[in-house]
Design a protein around this ligand. Structure first.
Ligand code: HEC
Ligand code: HEC
Length: 237
């Protein structure tokens, strides 16, 4: 029953006429958290969990019903992420500040700021799936230890000692996120392809080579996401 839904959603994603805003739009140094009425409005609203569950129907095929995403890093885990981060990222994707052509038609179909608040409240009501993608190379112990040193030197001030981020400042939780997703994001941030990234972070990540980013991602994925863990295992895939 799940496969046809996935296929349908992917088909809609491919055929959708809605196009992301033109590439080439470049943020100024303070545009990572640009003024955005929709974002401000959504942040000010109280989300309705029941309505958010209905909105989340649009998201399930990619992010999964548990909001666990996929260990292969194609889709991030959303469960456990700060509501402010979920809202900011959705608003950024809708406004073309973060490129996400696959999700864009779905993000664009939300009708108003209240729906952003509702779906964020629903995701926040979910427990955190206990399993996620980690770095599993034979050298994992060394790589994770290297990543810890780099992380604590440059990233801890914003993403926190346990990778818990900062809800008020829109700093994402990076603990317990899929390793491959984290690595892909860091490469994109370093190479200037995640245009809504915080410039202070970009300035720090810019100096890291691929093995260093791999080590940091391995360390982050080794941390446990704060919050209520699910009692039962989420979907296996
Ligand atoms: C067709 C697949 C697809 C659908 C449907 C989809 N997304 Fe996504 N979403 C993605 C992908 C892919 C990414 C990661 C993009 C990247 O790598 O930059 C993403 C990223 C996100 C992020 C950013 C997460 C982070 O840690 O920064 C949020 C928030 C999000 N999605 C919420 C939603 C919500 C809410 C819905 C339903 C309204 C939804 N998505 C529907 C594919 C999808
Ligand atoms: C000045 C604060 C700050 C610092 C320092 C910082 N970050 Fe970030 N980080 C952010 C913010 C804000 C975001 C979300 C950016 C956005 O709005 O797209 C983010 C996003 C990320 C993401 C993507 C998370 C997701 O769910 O998509 C990763 C991975 C990440 N940071 C890693 C790092 C690493 C590694 C370092 C250290 C080298 C670092 N950050 C330093 C503020 C910071």
């Amino acid at each position: 029953m799940k496969a046809p839904i996935v296929l349908l959603v992917l088909l809609v994603a491919c055929l959708a006429r809605a196009e992301p805003p033109a590439a080439g739009w470049a943020p100024g140094p303070d545009q990572w958290n640009a003024d955005d009425l929709e974002k401000d409005e959504a942040l000010a609203r109280i989300g309705d969990i029941a309505k958010g569950r209905a909105v989340y129907e649009l998201c399930r095929a990619c992010h999964l019903p548990s909001a666990a995403g996929r260990p292969d890093g194609s889709f991030p885990q959303l469960a456990g992420q700060h509501s402010t981060v979920l809202i900011k990222q959705m608003a950024d994707i809708r406004a073309g500040r973060r490129d996400n052509p696959m999700m864009f038609p779905f993000a664009a179909s939300l009708v108003d700021p209240q729906e952003l608040a509702d779906v964020a409240a629903y995701i926040n009501s979910l427990c955190i799936p206990p399993a996620h993608g980690r770095y599993a190379g034979p050298d994992a112990a060394t790589v994770v230890a290297t990543g810890k040193v780099l992380y604590e030197k440059q990233c801890i001030g914003c993403h926190g000692p346990s990778g818990e981020g900062n809800k008020a400042k829109f700093y994402p939780v990076i603990a317990g996120q899929h390793y491959k997703y984290l690595l892909r994001q860091m490469v994109e941030i370093r190479d200037g392809r995640r245009r809504n990234a915080n410039p202070e972070m970009v300035a720090r990540i810019r100096h890291y080579d691929d093995p260093q980013l791999l080590a940091i991602a391995a360390y982050q994925a080794s941390l446990v996401m704060p919050g209520a863990m699910c009692a039962v295992p989420a979907e296996k895939k």
